[in-house]
Design a protein around this ligand. Structure first.
Ligand SMILES: Cc1cc2nc3c(=O)[nH]c(=O)nc-3n(C[C@H](O)[C@H](O)[C@H](O)COP(=O)(O)OP(=O)(O)OC[C@H]3O[C@@H](n4cnc5c(N)ncnc54)[C@H](O)[C@@H]3O)c2cc1C
Ligand code: SF4
Length: 507
């Protein structure tokens, strides 16, 4: 009788629940990790994401072997035959898997024909278990992130003085929205040179004959827990003290600013959310860091990240297909090749091609904002995000893109759409300097597409937006606009789509 454990590519922790479940077992245990080619044929991926996941899996397998686990590492066409062969060869009588994060994968493993029973072990890679989130959700009329975050702070006793938040407030966001200024000098991110194992994966990915996105080289991400811990340590030492004030800023020369670049590691299981939160809290107490920076960061990990996962597990199966605004425009080709005269999009898209990463405001207020106001289908933009990002997984992508970015869920995640004109981008970045368009113009020559699409979006969806009630001030400005100007704006939007070859109407 041998227990088999299938470790998935985003479950790379020695503490993960399926491995832990055999800690006191007398029966022999055998572990498998599988690189499946068919799996990556199902949708496009960034080449660096494949390198990251496969190299991290290979390194994890090596570490498990060093810790005396019996490990099989398989490069296969498909999961099912690889598992069948392995189960028979090893005499596996029960296969255990930690509950997958992503629903499609969870459904897929239930359809596998295996020679032994399958046991799912409760996922322990989040602070909140699925059951705990759902129990909390049952007590609420609306699933507000702020309420959830405060409950998390109380529950895990983070930045608390008894029942009160440290510093007397839960939220210091008002101090964290500074526009960039000249002379900002954030520390460069910590990168790693590929070792032989990673180089072999880069070669494999570069030789694959299939549709993929982005560039495989230079590949500089960490691929082991040791690397991830170094990134965390560097972040806590050099970036956390000033994380807050320029959290929303965007600069051409400093693409990552003070952001942690921790999501690829957290999402693979190389870092655990509690250790990240505890490291930040400890630094606050030991080094008397500014609370706006520390709270701002802890809010991201304890608040937003856990909340998004909770939303994902609580929503109906139709969540990914939602489309509250009925947007149907196809995705413009420049999302794939970065070839656009809109400098903000060009800069961020080039960065994503090169490294599979953009920080939160680049994702939300440039990439998503444009898709939202231009009326792109939420599913088309979600599909692109999934392909383009190194940290993209269903559980985190869907609530972020369908919910927060596109408001396609009608206001479950966000209380109002994150729609903005060029004014926001001009204030929060240096992208508009030297752009082909004028961020102050909404009609005529050099009118910025973010402007005419923004006002066109408001006009097209006026009634729906009014029913939301959160942007009535902006709608009052829309009502003051002359009919003639509104018509010109509409015409710009129609012409723009026509030039893209994407049809005349913007739903
Ligand atoms: C449209 C859109 C798509 C996104 N897609 C992804 C995705 O595929 N994968 C992903 O991990 N994050 C996604 N995010 C959330 C967020 O942008 C990234 O987690 C963050 O930019 C990662 O960079 P960082 O580690 O430098 O973050 P930091 O700014 O240093 O933040 C610290 C950590 O907080 C967590 N976090 C912050 N906000 C969120 C959030 N909204 N959802 C989940 N975690 C959050 C991340 O784990 C992040 O590592 C998306 C956000 C938007 C608006
Ligand atoms: S002018 Fe418009 S298109 Fe150009 S960078 Fe600014 S917001 Fe982007």
């Amino acid at each position: 009788m041998t227990i088999g454990i299938w470790v998935l590519g985003d479950q790379l922790s020695a503490q993960q629940a399926a491995l832990q479940s055999v800690a006191d077992q007398k029966a022999p245990v055998s572990v498998i990790l599988i690189e499946s080619l068919n799996h990556i044929r199902e949708r496009w991926y960034h080449r660096q994401k494949l390198v990251l996941v496969w190299s991290a899996m290979r390194h994890f397998a090596k570490e498990l072997r060093q810790a005396r686990w019996s490990v099989t590492y398989t490069e296969a066409e498909d999961f099912e035959p690889a598992l069948q062969t392995w189960c028979q060869a090893e005499g596996i009588t029960e296969l255990r898997i930690m509950q997958p994060n992503d629903r499609p994968f969870a459904h897929m493993i239930q359809t596998l024909r295996l020679p032994c029973p399958l046991t799912l072990v409760q996922n322990n890679h989040f602070l909140w278990s699925e059951t705990d989130f759902q129990a909390w959700a049952k007590t609420r009329k609306r699933l507000l992130m702020e309420d959830f975050y405060r409950e998390g702070r109380r529950r895990f006793q983070v930045l608390m003085e008894g029942t009160k938040p440290v510093g007397g407030a839960w939220n210091f966001d008002a101090e964290n929205r500074k526009p960039p200024k000249a002379g900002l000098n954030p520390p460069p991110p910590l990168w790693f040179a590929p070792d032989a194992l990673t180089q072999a994966v880069i070669d494999k990915v570069e030789s694959l004959d299939m549709e993929l996105y982005g560039e495989a080289k230079p590949f500089r991400w960490g691929v082991t827990r040791q690397h991830a811990l170094q990134v965390l340590e560097e972040f806590i030492r050099d970036r956390l003290p000033t994380f807050g004030p320029y959290e929303d800023a965007m600069l051409t020369a400093h693409k990552t600013l003070w952001h942690g670049l921790l999501s690829p590691y957290l999402n693979l299981g190389l870092l655990q959310p509690l250790e990240v939160v505890e490291a930040a809290e400890k630094a606050y107490h030991d080094r008397h860091l500014d609370l706006n920076s520390v709270e701002g960061f802890i809010r991201q990990v304890m608040g937003w990240r856990e909340y998004m996962r909770g939303i994902y597990v609580s929503m109906e199966d139709d969540y990914p297909t939602r489309n509250w605004f009925n947007h149907t425009q196809p995705l413009p080709a420049f999302y794939w090749n970065a070839e656009t005269t809109m400098n903000c999009l060009h800069q961020v898209l080039t960065q994503v091609q090169e490294m599979g990463y953009a920080h939160h405001i680049q994702r939300l207020m440039v990439l998503n904002n444009f898709a939202l106001i231009a009326g792109i289908s939420p599913q088309a933009i979600e599909n692109w995000f999934h392909a383009a990002f190194i940290d993209g997984y269903d559980w985190v992508m869907q609530p972020n893109v369908i919910g927060m970015g596109q408001f396609a869920d009608g206001g479950i995640v966000a209380s109002k759409p994150y729609a903005a004109s060029a004014n926001y981008i001009n204030r929060m970045s240096d992208y508009c300097q030297g752009c082909a368009y004028d961020p102050r113009k909404r009609t005529g020559d050099r009118a910025c597409p973010f402007n005419f699409f923004y006002w066109d979006f408001l006009a097209r969806h006026r009634d729906k937006l009014k029913s939301q009630g959160r942007i009535n001030l902006v709608l009052a400005n829309l009502d003051k606009m002359l009919t003639e100007e509104l018509q010109q704006i509409r015409q710009h939007a129609i012409d723009w789509h026509r030039e893209q070859g994407s049809g005349e109407s913007t739903s």
